[in-house]
Design a protein around this ligand. Sequence first.
Ligand SMILES: *Cc1c(COP(=O)(O)O)cnc(C)c1O
Length: 419
Amino acid sequence: MDNKNIQPESLMMSYGYKPELSEGAVKLPIFQTSTFVFKTAEEGKAFFELAYGIREKEQGEELGLIYSRINNPNLEVLENRLALWDKADDCAFFESGMSAISTVLLEFLNPGDIVLYSKPCYGGTDHFINHILPKYGILGIGYTSKDSQEEIIKLLEASGKADKLAVIYAETPANPSNDIIDLGMCKDIANTYSTADKKVMMVVDNTYMGPVWSSPMEHGADLIVYSATKYIGGHSDLIAGAVVGNAEVMQRVKVLRTFLGNMASPNTCWLLLRSLETLKIRMEQQMRNAVKVADFLNTHNKIEKVYYLGLLEKGTSQYELYQKQYTSPGAMISFDIKGGEKQAFQFLNALKLFKLAVSLGSTEGLAQHPASMTHIGIDEETRNAIGVTDKLVRLSIGVENEVDIINDIQQALSAVSPN
Ligand SMILES: *Cc1c(COP(=O)(O)O)cnc(C)c1O
């Protein structure tokens, strides 16, 4: 059987691992080692020449194991497996989603450059773009899912240095609003500002829907970034990040990672290998539960509005984009409760099965209040403009039984007072 004809979920248990190299162990052991013994000095020299780009790989040659900041069997097998989902050449794992995102931005932006980024985006990403990158003379310009291509170009041109656009960054669906960004439009903008000697890179944060329900590279993305802390890890027991892309760009990402030293540890990689085996069945169960929860919330009299891809109205432009870019409505739901912070807090405090915690994508249900928690760093005016108001609650749906999940939400809503 050719691996190309096998679905990724069938390859997650064994792909890239040779039991005969590990005493026949059916699972990859944890290679808790800092360094690797070379057979000969000549071999060590040959490995280093490749690692430092001093010579090209020979036909079929793979980089040998050197030192766990550069490579490690747990890291390599994990990277080969995640890359399968996005049909990409390569992948790099990091010690957090933020280290994956910051490494990509630092590698593809130079002083004086511009990064166009979607708003709202993850608070840490927003902070890195607006408070760290300016120290290197890099300007971030935000756009929203409501802005047309012409409006985004107008924002860019207003900077007076549109030719310095180097990265267009999209987090879609946006956290916590579930707004969808048009990736085809992002690609058009990237192409418009690319020149013979400078390609504008398109980077997509695929944490919410990837890698199972969305493949941004099919829509022109050069690089995909993930917080692997979320669905990929999926058990609220680790922090990790990943970058996926084709060989040329991934080579650059991996070289910077080697010198920042922010790769994932063997132990974290081993946990992630365990997680990948159940990635698809977890996400599918979470989605099936989310569909039921969204329907329930949508008819409840203490709820004003539910934000869920499965409830988008046919015929709207967001619905068209949803059909084009995703194969599932996902398992993240936000809603406006009738009232404000008081009612939102009453609801959150009354939940029993759901845990009141930030993060998402885990086996257990998680609930939080974006305006006072994950998005508190954004000024109030911007927050209100992007729908992160005091009445918004975000739910990450878990794998529990749907009846128990809905009962928990129902009893928590009954603890909410009228405004
Ligand atoms: C959590 C998250 C991040 C940051 O990832 P960490 O693993 O917490 O560093 C980035 N993007 C999105 C969409 C996230 O949800």
